[in-house]
Design a binder for this molecule. Structure first.
Ligand SMILES: NC(=O)c1ccc[n+]([C@@H]2O[C@H](COP(=O)([O-])OP(=O)(O)OC[C@H]3O[C@@H](n4cnc5c(N)ncnc54)[C@H](O)[C@@H]3O)[C@@H](O)[C@H]2O)c1
Length: 314
């Protein structure tokens, strides 16, 4: 049977690269990108695209029937920093879009779902270092509350209705193809752009704020490995801890200075510092390693080299 895949929120930071990678693997016409806005040229020109609002169940159902979709990647969401400004809009988007795809799977209109969670599910009472898979959560942000609730609903739909939903708690993601969409870890992308353009960056987090991070290629590979794994290996149906590296703003600045010695970093923390203060410094992802063989490939040094090389060329 032919497999057709739908990406919802395909024009964002992760959706763009996910769509392009899936198109390489499965064929351009097999992967339908959708969003409420148009995306980059490479995304728009490489395969089918639909304007689609993730909160509109009927529209979603129509696109899924038209293209005979079996697998959905739901990437539409309002991210942590923006969600603090628009709490009800964030809750409505993040929860209703998830219910829509979970219900379509429950009704057997699709077979498999990927939905990303985040390290934002953790909170100030969570053990900060090597945060375990199962631990105290108690998130204090609008975004974190929506992700934690989403995890519980994914687990519920799997156990109650047999829905094949799979999820990863992404750390902050670093990429050069698309800019980030309003999160607390956005600084770790902006810094490379400013380093090349101005040899200087003012960071909105304090110099010693350590957060879990990952290069986009690792995040996309983890997503595909999880989705392609035998279902019997997927023991966690809420969301898997996933890790690659942790660093502070001062450490990323030092790694950039190895290539751009006159790069200058200054600090002017804003409201995002309070969000970062409630998140873990590092993550224990041993369950993902054990269940489906997860292993990261990019550390900070390699990430900095990839970011500066590719941004310099583009
Ligand atoms: N980027 C990160 O560092 C990170 C970390 C952890 C988790 N995540 C999660 O990964 C997912 C994707 O994140 P991202 O960074 O690509 O986000 P992003 O903000 O870059 O992209 C989200 C996309 O969703 C689209 N969208 C918004 N409302 C929509 C709607 N009603 N219907 C359809 N599309 C809509 C936007 O236009 C945008 O293109 C989100 O669930 C996010 O919470 C991201």
């Amino acid at each position: 049977m032919q497999k057709y895949i739908l990406i919802i929120g395909a024009c964002g930071q992760i959706g763009t690269e996910l769509t392009l990678t899936l198109r390489e693997q499965y064929g351009n016409d097999k992967v339908i990108a959708s969003d409420i806005r148009e995306g980059s040229e490479s995304l728009m020109q490489s395969g089918p695209f639909e304007i689609l609002d993730a909160t509109d169940y009927d529209a979603l159902e129509e696109v899924i029937a038209y293209y005979e979709i079996s697998e959905v990647y739901l990437m539409a969401a309002m991210l942590s920093a923006t969600a603090e400004k628009f709490p009800m809009r964030a809750w409505n988007l993040n929860m209703n879009s998830l219910f829509n795809v979970l219900n379509l799977a429950k009704e057997k209109k699709i077979d498999k779902i990927f939905w990303p969670s985040s390290i934002a599910v953790f909170g100030p009472n969570t053990p900060e270092n090597q945060t375990p898979q199962s631990t105290i959560m108690e998130p204090t942000t609008v975004y974190g509350i929506s992700k934690q609730s989403g995890e519980r609903w994914c687990s519920y739909y799997h156990h109650k209705f047999g829905v094949d939903v799979r999820s990863l708690r992404y750390p902050g993601l670093i990429s050069w193809k698309t800019m980030p969409g309003g999160g607390t870890t956005d600084y770790a992308v902006e810094i490379y752009h400013k380093a090349l353009a101005e040899s200087a960056y003012t960071c909105f987090l304090k110099e010693d704020t350590s957060l879990p991070m990952m290069f986009m290629d690792d995040a996309i590979r983890a997503t595909l490995e999880l989705m392609q794994a035998d279902g019997r290996k997927i023991k966690i149906r809420s969301s898997y801890n996933l890790a690659a590296m942790s660093f502070t703003p001062s450490e990323i600045a030092k790694s950039i200075q190895e290539y751009i010695p006159n790069f200058e970093m200054s600090y002017n923390p804003d409201f995002r510092q309070a969000i970062a203060d409630t998140w873990p410094s590092s993550i224990d992802d041993s369950q993902a390693r054990k269940d489906w063989g997860w292993e990261p490939a990019f550390d900070l040094k390699k990430t900095t080299r990839e970011m500066l090389d590719n941004l310099d060329k583009s």
